[in-house]
Structure formats: structure tokens, C-alpha cells
Ligand binder design. Structure first.
Ligand SMILES: [Zn+2]
Length: 315
């Protein structure tokens, strides 16, 4: 099963589970009502028979009116019984989990909001982003955290720079599937909001229905080679791969080879990747390899970050 169909499958399972829960609640409400008013159970039984009778009489000229009025009479009796037992008339109504689509997941052939929410949850479970991107979104981005002071080396303030980088990331997140678009390489020292933007891109991409996989370089290169086999196809196939915090981990021959393989395979498959790192391209060539630096230099948009560490108040 492809990654996207696995995600859709998980979302459908969630909807089915909601439906089952709604039916269970309905059953419970009936059992409670029957305990309080045993006659109600008999009326419900009679109503089922009367409905069946009505369906049979639907054929022309077969006494529909009589069958209908019998059913209406039973409905009235049911209402009265509920009232006499001190229950509201809707006490035993079936209550779907989602009133909008009656738990079908679709409205007029279009996906219901409940299905979209289930899709996002399923994608989150696969993407490993977890709770991170609930808060770290483009909407919540706060430019006032960045200094307005002009930096002569870069010809602008870190706030101006971050605003520009944010716009590029937003545009990127909108066009994940564009074959001619470039991937992104976010680089600069720690605490400049790179992970925040990675997270915001992931959130937007998932909202737009793309599959996303997030890994910090440290976690990814710690995966045992024996477990990597299954993961590798996912890393190659996912619509958007985010590799965060590259450059802080221990680099071995294995991790350098793996990193090149992933970067290269995704470029060849025209799949988008976002890498955040504390290494510029020159440092990347020294730390990993010149071939991976040159692949990234040729197919990625380089986004430099500068300024003061946002996590450090006193420096
Ligand atoms: Zn719904």
C-alpha cells in the first residue's frame, strides 16, 4: 500500500470507529429507556413491524394510508411513554458523531470537515511531527521576536530577513507538487527560527493533503541499518521530507552515504525536501561530502538565517 493510501485508510478507520461509538451510545440510550419504561420496548418492536408493513403496502392501491396512520399512532404512543417516564422526546434518538455528514465522511460528494480532520491526524501520526506543528504555524509566526537592527554584513535586519524567508517558505508549502520547483536548504546558527519554519511548512503541506515525513538528522542517522530498509522507501516516496538540525550529529561513513542517497534519490524523483542545518554549503562539503554539497547547491534554494539566538535572553 502506498503511503497516501495508508493515510486514507487510517482516516477511514477513524470514521468507522466514530460510527461504531455512535451506534453503541444509541444502544445504551435505548437500554436505559427500556429499563425505565419496559412498555417502550414493545412499542419499538411494533413500530418495526409497522414500518415493514408500510413498505409492503407501498405498491399502488394497497392501503398505504392505513399502514401510515398505524405507524404514526405508534410514534405518538412512543412520545407519550417517554414523557410519562420523565424522559425528553429525543432521549433515544440516534446521534451521529458528525451531524454534518451523518458519519459518512462526505457531503454532496465532497470530503466533510470530519474526514479532513481524520486525514490530518493520520498524517500527523505518520509524519512524526506530533504536537510540534499545532503551535508552530505561519499564522502564529511572531516577527517581533527578531531584531530590527540593521546588520551591515547582510544589508538588512534579521527581522527583514526572517520575513523574506517566511514568504519563500509559504510559497514553497503551496507548491509542494510543482515539478520544476526547488527544495529548500535553511542554514544558520541555532535558535534563529529554522525549526519553526520547517514545522510551519509541514503543517501547511499536510493541510493541503500532502504526505509529510519529519526527522531530525540526529534521530534519522541513529536508525539501525537493519531497520533502515523499510524506512528508506518511505523517505524516498513521501511528498515532503523534512530533515531538521543537520550538522549537530556524529557523521560516519554510513550516515554520509545514506544522506547522499536520500538527497540524490529525491532530486531524481522530483520530490521536495527541506533541510535545516547549522552548516553553510562549504561546511557541508567538509563535514559530509563535496558531492552532496554540490547536489544540494544545484537543486535547492539556499536560505541563510542570521541574528541573535531567540532562546537566549542574556546574550
Ligand atoms: Zn462529517
Amino acid at each position: 500500500m502506498s503511503l497516501m493510501s495508508e493515510i486514507r485508510h487510517a482516516a477511514r478507520l477513524e470514521l468507522e470507529e466514530n460510527r461504531r461509538r455512535a451506534e453503541k451510545n444509541h444502544q445504551k440510550s435505548l437500554e436505559t429507556a427500556y429499563r425505565r419504561c419496559p412498555e417502550l420496548e414493545a412499542v419499538d418492536h411494533e413500530m418495526r413491524l409497522a414500518s415493514l408493513n408500510l413498505v409492503q403496502k407501498m405498491a399502488p392501491g394497497r392501503g398505504v394510508d392505513e399502514a401510515q396512520s398505524a405507524l404514526d399512532g405508534l410514534r405518538e404512543k412512543r412520545k407519550r411513554l417517554l414523557k410519562e417516564a420523565g424522559m425528553v422526546s429525543t432521549a433515544t434518538d440516534f446521534r451521529p458523531f458528525c451531524k454534518e455528514c451523518n458519519d459518512t465522511g462526505r457531503i454532496n460528494g465532497k470530503p466533510c470537515k470530519c474526514y479532513e480532520r481524520a486525514m490530518t491526524r493520520a498524517m500527523l501520526a505518520v509524519s512524526r511531527i506530533g504536537t510540534l506543528c499545532k503551535e508552530q504555524t505561519f499564522k502564529n509566526s511572531d516577527l517581533s521576536l527578531f531584531s530590527e537592527q540593521h546588520d551591515p554584513k547582510f544589508g538588512m535586519s534579521s527581522r527583514q530577513n526572517y520575513a523574506e524567508m517566511t514568504e519563500i517558505c509559504k510559497d514553497f508549502a503551496k507548491n509542494i507538487k510543482r515539478a520544476d520547483g526547488e527544495s529548500l536548504y535553511l542554514y544558520g546558527s541555532a535558535g534563529l527560527g529554522k525549526t519553526y519554519l520547517c514545522s510551519a511548512i509541514a503543517e501547511r503541506a499536510m493541510k493541503n493533503g500532502h504526505s509529510v515525513l519529519y526527522y531530525s538528522a540526529f534521530e534519522l542517522f541513529r536508525v539501525a541499518p537493519s531497520d533502515m530498509e523499510g524506512l528508506l522507501s518511505l523517505l524516498e516516496e513521501v511528498d515532503l521530507l523534512i530533515l531538521d538540525d543537520l550538522g549537530t550529529e556524529y557523521v560516519s561513513e554510513y550516515s554520509a552515504a545514506l544522506f547522499f542517497h536520500i538527497v540524490n534519490a529525491r532530486i531524481n524523483a522530483k520530490k521536495k525536501t527541506v533541510i535545516s542545518s547549522n552548516l553553510n554549503l562549504t561546511d557541508l562539503a567538509t563535514t559530509y561530502s563535496t558531492r552532496v554539497a554540490s547536489r544540494i547547491g544545484g537543486a535547492y534554494t539556499l536560505l541563510p538565517f542570521f541574528g541573535k539566538d531567540l532562546r537566549c535572553n542574556n546574550c
